[in-house]
Write a protein that binds this ligand. Structure first.
Ligand SMILES: Cc1cc2nc3c(=O)[nH]c(=O)nc-3n(C[C@H](O)[C@H](O)[C@H](O)COP(=O)(O)OP(=O)(O)OC[C@H]3O[C@@H](n4cnc5c(N)ncnc54)[C@H](O)[C@@H]3O)c2cc1C
Length: 440
């Protein structure tokens, strides 16, 4: 580092901001990472409940998360030990729904054999799924005009069973938007990167440690080792251009930077940019909630697999869509199950206590184990603005702004992906590289 090294402010230490900070620090920038909360991680972070280190929501990553896995390695996290790698699967509790698991064969044989062996699907279902898969490949996973996932599935004559057991859960899990309102093009993009790619890309990765330890904490350390710093508990309240650079205001003081990566959520980005430029694109996004219900049982309670899909039916108060047996990921979590409800507006309206009781009841019925009705404790955590609503033809803001020295990063910025850890990380990398390109 020289005195002439450029100083970059990264505002927001979620996964997008951490990715941008690592990329910039590695390229020799002096980075200050400003985070309003006490710890980095944003919407994918560690929280403490009942003395246990948990997450603000159970997450799942994919083998296709190329940049996330690369940056984890760069900061010293080994993805192979930090996460449990499972083949692509959709496994309902034994005797219900379907059982679909990709074997260790090269693509596309892993999918074909998985389909051939899958239980719970009729020959008609399997043929419909094969038709969908080959048509999507033939179209190169591209639609001339975007439509809803429901319309796409109808166009390819997908059976009611496939929609219920495969497509709806996949769509809600990946896009956090119900198929009736979800973008078919973004759904196809996700399928292309997982189902349409190498077998390893379709693998499912379950974190064994908390989400802050998985990348953000170590990313902050990496920045510090490269002459930068993390200022946690520091909310930036205003930015103005000054002397060819930027002045940033926080409650305590002001800070100078040559350039900025603004890596907050879209709402906070709009607030900071409103005095400087048009922010209508940042304000145009709607959001969907995600709820995770943790249920603690005696430590010897186990599920057959590390995670299962569940048949949800809000009419019957069956809210859970996936259940994770945390004890199979981390022995400190023996007997702890995490049940995920995506696009959870209706579930939240039920109230926390009612929701937790209904989910425990759903588990007891789904696994035919009455003892699961009564957990030792339960904890519901709802993230009301978990992701943007991923609707057809949605125009997402570009990472470039009206200022060459100020880039946007965040899962909401323009990308082929829905709001995920990987889209956040890729946006951070893109914003950082765009700033670095200004130097060339
Ligand atoms: C419950 C839940 C479950 C999810 N499940 C999955 C999943 O299974 N797989 C997956 O890939 N993705 C999942 N996601 C989505 C994923 O977590 C997000 O896409 C990703 O974390 C977004 O990262 P980000 O950096 O873009 O934004 P954020 O995480 O929102 O980061 C923005 C940061 O900016 C900070 N900030 C805001 N304003 C200021 C300011 N003025 N000054 C300083 N700091 C500020 C915030 O405190 C925050 O830390 C899930 C999300 C949730 C909430």
């Amino acid at each position: 580092m020289t005195d002439a090294a450029r100083h970059t402010a990264v505002i927001g230490a979620g996964w997008a901001g951490c990715a941008a900070a690592v990329e910039l620090a590695a390229a020799g920038r002096v980075v200050t990472l400003f985070e309003a909360a006490r710890t980095p991680g944003g919407r994918a972070r560690q929280v403490t409940f009942h003395g246990l280190s948990l997450d603000n929501g159970q997450h799942i990553l994919l083998g296709a998360y190329r940049d996330t896995l690369r940056l984890m390695r760069q900061v010293g996290i080994d993805p192979d030990t930090a996460m449990l790698r499972l083949p692509l699967q959709m496994r309902y509790p034994p005797g219900s729904g379907m059982d679909f698991v990709a074997p260790a064969l090269p693509a596309p044989w892993h999918l074909l054999v998985a389909l051939w062996r899958a239980s719970g699907l009729t020959r008609t279902d399997k043929l419909a799924l094969m038709r969908f898969s080959s048509a999507a490949r033939w179209m190169d996973w591209h639609l001339n005009t975007d439509c809803s996932v429901t319309e796409l599935l109808a166009r390819f004559d997908q059976t009611a069973t496939l929609v219920q057991l495969m497509w709806r859960p996949l769509c809600i899990a990946a896009l956090n938007t119900p198929p009736e309102r979800a973008s078919a093009q973004v759904f196809l993009n996700v399928l292309k990167d997982s189902l349409g790619a190498r077998r390893a890309s379709s693998d499912m990765l379950l974190p064994r440690c908390d989400l802050s330890s998985l990348f953000p904490d170590q990313a902050a350390r990496y920045v510090e080792q490269h002459h930068g710093r993390l200022l946690a508990g520091t909310r930036i309240t205003g930015i103005v251009q000054q002397d060819g650079g930027w002045q940033l205001a926080s409650a305590a003081t002001t800070h100078h930077a040559d350039d900025i990566v603004l890596a907050t959520d879209n709402g906070n980005a709009a607030t900071l940019l409103a005095p400087l430029t048009d922010v209508s694109a940042l304000q145009a996004l709607n959001h969907e909630p995600i709820t995770t219900c943790y249920l603690q049982y005696p430590p010897d309670r186990r599920l057959p697999e590390p995670f299962h899909a569940l048949i949800d039916d809000p009419q019957q108060q069956r809210w859970g869509q996936f259940v994770f047996d945390r004890g199979q990921l981390d022995t400190r979590h023996d007997g702890l199950f995490a049940v995920v409800v995506s696009a959870s507006t209706e579930a939240i309206a039920a109230g926390q206590a009612t929701l937790a009781a209904a989910i425990a009841q759903q588990l007891a019925q789904a696994f035919s184990r009455p003892e699961l009705t009564v957990p030792i404790w339960s904890q519901v955590i709802s993230e009301k603005r978990a992701t943007f609503s991923c609707t057809p033809g949605l125009l997402r803001p570009d990472h470039r702004t009206a200022f060459a020295s100020l880039m946007l990063a965040g899962d909401y910025t323009a990308s082929a992906y829905p709001a995920t850890i990987e889209s956040a990380v890729r946006s951070g990398v893109t914003a950082a590289r765009a700033l670095l390109a200004n130097d060339e």
